[in-house]
Design a protein around this ligand. Structure first.
Ligand code: SAH
Ligand code: SF4
Length: 371
């Protein structure tokens, strides 16, 4: 698909036209990655973060948040639970921390997860920017996938939504290091950032292609009351304390309302599927925060991965990246039963006990044999 056509789709609002696009994207997913939807049980192991991204509720500079870090035993208990629920993989996610002690901590947890499952549990990490050496150590310990969203592929917009000491170039270098080391590499963007244009979004898809990305995780940007970027958004969420008392400044361009956010999230999912074909793509939980059936709609628009939250319920309220994050009080088992039903309702089949690796990683981008 040419850039012009993609831009057209991001403007399209006619439900019948959009339905046609989503059906094509779902058919493309079935052809290139199969009918199954694979699970990645998400363990949010700590909300301690040394960074200060302007959009994020758990950024280090947010004083209104008690910090927690799960112990290795707690993490392994969660992983065992995921394994027993027949999830083929888990994702370890957290705020960003660096240093030798932390590297060793994660290394040991990864080894522990491999040991408890006889090597059968797939392990994805989403632990931010690290040195190549750390990435290598975690890879050797048994992690085989890594998620590091570029957030936006537009370097100037990236700079506007981060403090001056966060660097687009360094984040890109990290992504490239992950690929070089041999991880299945995932990235993604937030959709509907203040100041982000439709052209920026199309360029994000070309960025995924250029960087030869295996897995995509992207979803709507949702303001958080304790994050500075919320004051620059038109998304009014009074229940979350987000208001327009401080009108936008410094960022110009399009701003989106919740309905636009959902539509753009789904259209981006469909366009990315149709353009990249054999990548793995997650149906973002942030879609669910906007629409109760957001994730199912993500699957019907071309996504093939679901990340059920299996973090202990007592920590969930402390890991609010954005306002209204769903499943604050539903434990892993409740989540799992609901999900099975929700996935089957889309006509897809849950892929239990399977890694469900990205065919793009296994076969490369030019080999489009079906899954
Ligand atoms: N610290 C790691 C992983 C945790 S954050 C990292 O930053 O890579 C995981 C993702 O949450 C981020 O990449 C970002 O895209 C998303 N996120 C943070 N705040 C958000 C918000 N307000 N709305 C939507 N997504 C958000
Ligand atoms: Fe920290 Fe990740 Fe949030 Fe940035 S997006 S503040 S690195 S948790």
């Amino acid at each position: 698909m040419k850039k012009k056509e993609m831009l057209h789709w991001l403007d399209e609002k006619d439900p019948d036209q959009l339905d046609g696009l989503f059906k094509k994207a779902r058919a493309c997913a079935i052809e290139h990655v199969g009918t199954k939807v694979y699970f990645r049980g998400l363990i949010e192991l700590s909300n301690v973060c040394s960074k200060n991204c302007y959009y994020c509720g758990i950024r280090g500079g947010n004083p209104n948040l008690a910090r927690y870090s799960m112990t290795p035993e707690e993490i392994l208990t969660c992983a065992r639970q995921a394994f027993e629920m027949n999830y083929g993989s888990v994702v370890l996610q957290a705020g960003e921390r660096r240093g030798e002690d932390y590297a060793v901590f994660i290394e040991e947890v990864v080894r522990g997860m491999k040991a408890l499952s006889d090597g059968r549990l797939g392990i994805t990490l989403s632990l931010g920017e690290q040195t190549s050496e750390t990435y290598e150590r975690w890879f050797k310990a048994g992690a085989h996938r890594y998620l590091l969203r570029i957030e936006t592929s537009h370097p100037e917009l990236y700079q506007k939504i981060h403090p001056g000491n966060h660097s687009f170039g360094e984040r890109l270098d990290c992504l490239r290091a992950l690929k070089r080391i041999g991880y299945q590499t995932g990235t993604g963007v937030m959709i509907g950032l203040p100041g982000q244009t439709r052209e920026d979004l199309v360029n994000d898809i070309f960025f995924f292609e250029r960087e030869d990305i295996d897995m995509i995780g992207m979803g709507p940007y949702i303001p958080h009351a304790d994050a500075p970027l919320a004051r620059q958004s038109d998304l009014l969420m009074p229940e979350a304390g987000v208001s327009m008392e401080n009108p936008p400044s410094g960022l110009s361009g399009f701003r989106y309302d919740a309905e636009d956010q959902l539509r753009l999230g789904l259209v981006m999912t469909a366009l990315t599927r149709l353009h990249l074909k054999n990548v793995n793509m997650v149906a973002a939980t942030a879609l669910q925060a906007i629409d109760d059936e957001g994730r199912e709609r993500g699957i019907l628009a071309g996504a093939n991965i679901i990340m059920p939250n299996i973090t202990p319920v007592k920590y969930r309220a402390k890991y609010q990246l954005y306002a209204g994050k769903p499943y604050l009080d539903e434990d892993a088992c409740q989540c799992s039963h609901g999900l099975d039903r929700r996935i089957r309702a889309t006509g897809a089949e849950p892929g239990y006990n399977e890694w469900g690796d990205s065919p793009h990683f296994r076969f490369g981008k030019n080999d489009l044999r079906s899954a």
